[in-house]
Design a protein around this ligand. Structure first.
Ligand SMILES: [Zn+2]
Length: 51
């Protein structure tokens, strides 16, 4: 798996764009929002892309 369309959670200060990010996958569906929301990339996602 790998890159997915950017999404973020309401009340979170980062966005996610990797399918294997545990933090992103923890966001409840009702809190999911598409896009970056002008936020920073999640550090977990960033590390996943380095593998
Ligand atoms: Zn992430």
């Amino acid at each position: 798996m790998g890159r997915v369309a950017a999404y973020h959670g309401k009340n979170r200060d980062v966005y996610h764009n990797h399918s294997d990010c545990w933090d992103g996958n923890n966001i409840e569906k009702r809190n999911l929002v598409k896009g970056t929301g002008g936020k920073k990339q999640c550090s977990t996602c960033a590390n996943l892309f380095k593998k």
